[in-house]
Design a protein around this ligand. Structure first.
Ligand code: MN
Length: 243
């Protein structure tokens, strides 16, 4: 099981979630919302070799924390994983879209200069500007559009730009999510939970809950669940091989 986008540090009891993830053998990319949290997350994760920590600055925090982009760029060369970064065009975040775009351009440049990074990107209601910045930045490594919710045309453009996609139980509980899934390239597909924000019903998702979307993945691509799991493991191996 592989959760490529989870906010481990934001659960009420992160250590218990980490212990359980280790017990179940789940691979996790632990994204962060501010670069100030990166070192603390590394300590939290400790020796758990299947859990990787990403350094990020969440677009919804850019209005308050734009000045942290310098720290983020200093940490990018030290971290193979970058995220959560991106842009958010929801009404409450629209006023900071200009600053969000500058921060994204700056961090993507840092990723390119560092020789390429695995980057988990948020693009809610801002897919086109996020893709513009990915295209402009050049060889940034492996951009993953997490919980993609754009249009089919935007999806086709993202595929052409070489983007990866991480999908999860919450996204695939909607008809739109399932219809986008069917058009994603199988060899660039990953799973995620976005826990604890990602929820199904009343429950926050945990890393091992990626298993809940196996039936949707199997039926979308007409594969067995075992074949889907093997494919996801292979994709993850390719993902972590940089560039
Ligand atoms: Mn997230």
């Amino acid at each position: 099981m592989i959760d490529t986008h989870c906010h481990l540090d934001l659960y009420p009891k992160p250590s218990e979630v980490i212990r359980e993830a280790v017990k179940r053998g789940v691979y996790v990319i632990a994204v962060t919302t501010t670069p100030l949290a990166w070192e603390g997350n590394l300590r939290l994760v400790g020796e758990a070799s299947r859990i990787r920590v990403a350094v990020g600055l969440h677009p919804e925090l850019v209005a308050q924390r734009e000045n942290e982009v310098e720290l983020l760029c200093r940490l990018v060369p030290k971290s193979k994983y970058v995220g959560e970064v991106g842009m958010d065009g929801s009404p409450q975040n629209r006023p900071s879209l200009g600053a969000q775009r500058e921060v994204l351009a700056t961090v993507l440049n840092a990723c390119r200069k560092a020789g390429g990074r695995v980057i988990s990107l948020h693009s809610r209601l801002a897919v086109t500007p996020v893709l513009d910045e990915i295209e402009r930045a050049g060889a940034i490594g492996k951009p993953i559009l997490h919980w993609f919710s754009g249009t089919e045309r935007e999806l086709q453009r993202a595929v052409a730009l070489g983007c990866w996609f991480s999908v999860g139980p919450a996204m695939l509980s909607t008809r739109k999510g399932r219809s986008l899934l069917a058009q994603m390239p199988l060899e660039r597909l990953l799973t995620e939970t976005d826990g604890p924000f990602g929820r199904l019903g009343e429950q926050s998702l945990h890393p091992w809950d990626v298993s809940q979307c196996m039936p949707e993945l199997a039926s979308a691509f007409r594969l067995s669940i075992q074949d889907v799991e093997a494919l996801l493991r292979q994709n993850f191996r390719h993902l972590v091989t940089i560039p």
